[in-house]
Write a protein that binds this ligand. Structure first.
Ligand SMILES: [Zn+2]
Length: 205
């Protein structure tokens, strides 16, 4: 038995079948992760990809995105669909990066602590990226409403940025970004693949 399904379309439940290739499971329901024919045989359901291979972005995958907002300890990222050769990667949700918070022990201490503690906590945390930056990130969690992203790792981080002051391209230099025109500097978590689109493309082929 075969039928044509779309990425994200329900193909069966875990009570009925074992999830096979090109499928993913959420709360007991098996969904297709590609466009293709759902095939149910020997107690398993799998999907054979037809034509272009379409994948839904999932946990542990790399994504490209643009930083859209930065509110307190959360950085919001619009994730772009990626179309490379015969593969399409679809992002059905936006992403977010959660900044480290003070440890619980320290947080409790700072409430009743002296001035020294308060001064320590009022320091602005260093953000790994800023609004407008293009980033390469890894999906840490595939949550219901968004992807939680990580910038830990050499290849993840900012891959392209423009100068806040004059809008020119920023260059990567000694672990900081320097404007190619006005010399303005910014601190970022910079990807080892900063401004190397060909190398970034290879990650997705
Ligand atoms: Zn500049």
């Amino acid at each position: 038995m075969e039928n044509f399904v779309m990425p994200g379309e329900k193909v069966a439940t875990e009570e009925e079948f074992v999830a096979g290739s090109n499928t993913f499971v959420e709360e007991g329901v098996i969904y297709s992760s590609v466009i293709g024919n759902a095939v149910k045989e020997n107690g398993a359901v799998s999907v054979s990809a037809a034509g272009r291979e379409i994948k839904i972005i999932d946990k542990n995958m790399l994504v490209l995105g643009t930083v859209t907002d930065d509110v307190k300890s959360v950085i919001f990222v619009k994730i772009g669909d990626i179309n490379i050769d015969r593969k399409d990667y679809l992002a059905l949700k936006d992403g977010k990066i959660i900044m480290d918070r003070p440890r619980p022990g320290r947080f409790g201490g700072s409430r009743e602590g002296g001035r020294g503690d308060n001064r320590f906590h009022s320091e602005r945390p260093v953000k790994p990226c800023a609004v407008g930056d293009t980033i390469l990130a890894r999906v840490l969690y595939n949550d219901k409403d968004s992807y939680t992203l990580s910038l830990n790792g050499n290849e993840t981080g900012v891959i392209y940025a423009k100068c806040d002051e004059c809008g020119s391209d920023m260059l990567s230099e000694n672990n900081s970004l320097v404007c190619s025109e006005c010399g303005h500097r910014e601190q970022r978590k910079i990807s080892s693949l900063y401004n190397k689109p060909e190398d970034i493309k290879k990650l997705f082929v």
